[in-house]
Ligand binder design. Structure first.
Ligand code: LHQ
Length: 259
């Protein structure tokens, strides 16, 4: 249900239930979580590229798994989130390596919000982001109530979440919800090039940069200056920093090793 392959420092993770628009069942959750654990554990992984197989990125939770007509006790959705979604979302945020998401088609419900949890989001021009939750009586989960509000502010976050209207990729980019909308035919090439470039970067410095930017939202200016001092101290001790300065002085391209 998830294809995982490492090449030249990039761990490529492809949601792979195309006949169900890559909607999430338990198996796919566990496989996605395992992929991000691998990204954390393997030093050879220096960037992650997340995408979907087929015409969609992900339609969120597999609602076929949740058919109320089948009877039985109502499932505890809080438990589903805590067990299957939230661990993966926490891993993505905590991973001190860049996570690029190539949204190749529709991203609905939790599928949209998993994409929005990644560090750099590129989307095909034909892709749509749909906060589908309100259509079925649910609330925006998978970090959506947080990401939408932090990124867009209350007016747009509320409108998207309350109406479940699709948001096209160009508007998502114009609003700053994602990094870029890319012509469909160019999406994977551009995402792969970006992932390769970041995987060849100074991994520790990039990871610290991610940590700092994520911390900024909840820190005072003073506390952030302290954190920058500590992170820069750490970055300044890396071999990649020495290489970067040496390469600059020698007027050549640096060869970073992620150390
Ligand atoms: C699907 C799904 C799907 C199963 C398309 N499930 N089969 C968290 C915790 C616990 C529980 C509940 O939820 C959550 C978080 C959530 O994610 S809630 C939100 C769940 N997602 C949705 O409500 C979106 C449902 N899907 C749609 O609205 C549409 O499929 C979209 C707008 C994504 C795409 O529309 P189309 O391009 O017109 O495609 P389609 O609807 O024809 O779908 C293609 C196939 O995929 C179809 O199967 P079929 O056998 O008829 O070809 C769909 O039934 C299936 N599919 N989404 N979530």
């Amino acid at each position: 249900t998830v294809l995982v392959a490492r090449e030249n420092g990039v761990l490529r993770v492809t949601l792979n239930r195309p006949e169900k628009l890559n909607s999430f069942n338990e198996e796919m959750h566990l496989a996605l979580c395992a992929a991000f654990r691998r990204a954390h554990d393997e030093p050879e992984v220096r960037a992650v590229l997340l995408t979907g197989a087929g015409r969609g990125f992900s339609a969120g939770q597999d609602l076929g798994d949740r058919d109320p007509r089948k009877g039985g006790p109502a499932p505890d959705l809080g438990h589903t989130l805590e067990t299957f979604y939230n661990p993966t979302l926490r891993l993505i945020r905590a991973l001190e390596k860049p996570v690029i998401c190539a949204v190749n088609g529709v991203a609905a419900g939790a599928g949209a919000n998993i994409a929005l949890t990644c560090d750099i989001v590129l989307a095909a021009e034909s892709a749509r982001f749909i906060q589908a939750f309100s259509r079925i009586g649910l609330i925006p989960d998978a970090g959506g109530s947080w990401s939408l509000t932090r990124i867009l502010g209350e007016p747009r976050a509320k409108a998207l979440a309350l109406t479940a209207e699709p948001l096209d990729a160009a508007t998502a980019a114009a609003w700053g919800l994602i990094w870029k909308a890319v012509p469909d035919a160019e999406l994977m090439g551009e995402a792969e090039a970006l992932a390769a470039r970041l995987a060849a970067g100074p991994t520790i410095g990039l990871g610290l940069t991610k940590r700092l930017i994520q911390a900024a939202g909840t820190q005072s200016f003073d506390a952030q200056l302290d954190l920058e001092r500590d992170c820069q101290r750490e970055a300044g001790r890396t071999a990649d920093y020495s290489e970067g300065v040496t390469a600059f002085l020698e007027k050549r391209t640096p060869e970073f090793r992620g150390q």
